[in-house]
Design a protein around this ligand. Structure first.
Ligand SMILES: [Cu+2]
Length: 286
């Protein structure tokens, strides 16, 4: 099989959550990921999800509760039963500060009020946080909702502040990223994770399933316009007893030129680890 066909097939299977929302909307992908304050909606064929995020005070190292209302195009509250489970959860909320250094992946739960959800996280920084919610209605397609909390940041992480970094150490483990070529905008780019123990040996068979996958990648563009949510293009774990290879291939298709912060979240022998990296997306130059 030609590489491009393979890449396309894997693109469909691995990045469906990140891309279906904007594609279904019939909007230009660049537009679909634009950042808005307050509330955002992306139109799908059937149920359109909207959300309204309640203001929250951000104080470093103090638990902050994010509360939001989820409703459809007719203002009807969306309850948990109206949502499909994706990667073992009904809702995935990714929270990131403007410097793209403090990342949280949390799972909002319904309150007793219809369509209301909340989740608590502990920010490491003051200021504002960007919110990216992944949700898929029973009667509709996967959607990405975006908002922010705290005092709006004037600037996002400037490109210059992020230097490419393909190696990251957390606790006893080091993860390295392998790229076969520079990462190109609007192209499928294979980025392969390789996990090593501190003794330098490759750490095979230490990855446990985490939310139905061996790895969850969250990739944020430095300009704040895009968040990609990617999973290994290899087979998902079949049972909780299975263990994954040290090499997990992620397929990343950036639409923005410049720096991307990538967080790879894995479960190493029962303990969650988040490895940060910085990648550069370049325009194709013939
Ligand atoms: Cu994920």
């Amino acid at each position: 099989m030609r590489y491009s066909m393979l890449a396309f097939a894997l693109f469909i299977s691995s990045t469906v959550v990140a891309h279906v929302g904007a594609a279904a909307a019939g909007v230009d992908e660049h537009e679909g990921h634009k950042m808005h304050q307050g509330s955002t909606s992306i139109t799908a064929n059937k149920t359109t999800l909207n959300w309204h995020v309640m203001p929250a005070n951000i104080e470093p190292h103090k638990p902050t509760t994010i509360t939001f209302h989820l409703f459809d195009g007719a203002q009807k509250p969306i309850s948990e039963k109206d949502l499909k489970e994706v990667h073992t959860k009904k809702l995935h909320l990714m929270v990131i500060d403007p410097s793209l250094s403090d990342y949280h992946h949390v799972h909002p739960v319904p309150t007793k009020n219809a369509g209301e959800y909340e989740v608590t996280f502990t920010p490491a920084r003051a200021g504002s946080y960007q919110l990216w919610l992944d949700a898929e209605p029973q009667n509709g397609q996967a959607q990405i909702l975006q908002s922010s909390i705290g005092v709006a940041a004037k600037t996002l992480a400037p490109n210059a502040a992020l230097l490419p970094s393909l190696q990251s150490t957390v606790g006893d483990y080091t993860m390295k990223l392998g790229l076969i070529k520079p990462m190109l905008v609007d192209d499928g780019n294979f980025v392969v994770t390789r996990l090593f123990h501190k003794d330098g040996k490759i750490a095979d068979n230490v990855l446990l399933p985490l939310m139905g996958a061996y790895a969850h990648g969250a990739c944020f563009s430095a300009n704040g316009m895009e968040r990609l949510h990617v999973h290994p293009a290899s087979k998902d774990p079949v049972s909780e007893k299975h263990r994954g290879s040290a090499s997990q291939p992620l397929l990343i298709t950036p639409t923005q030129e410049g720096m991307y912060k990538l967080f790879v979240q894995v479960n190493i022998e029962g303990k969650e680890h988040i490895f940060p990296f910085v990648l550069k997306a370049e325009k194709y130059k013939p």
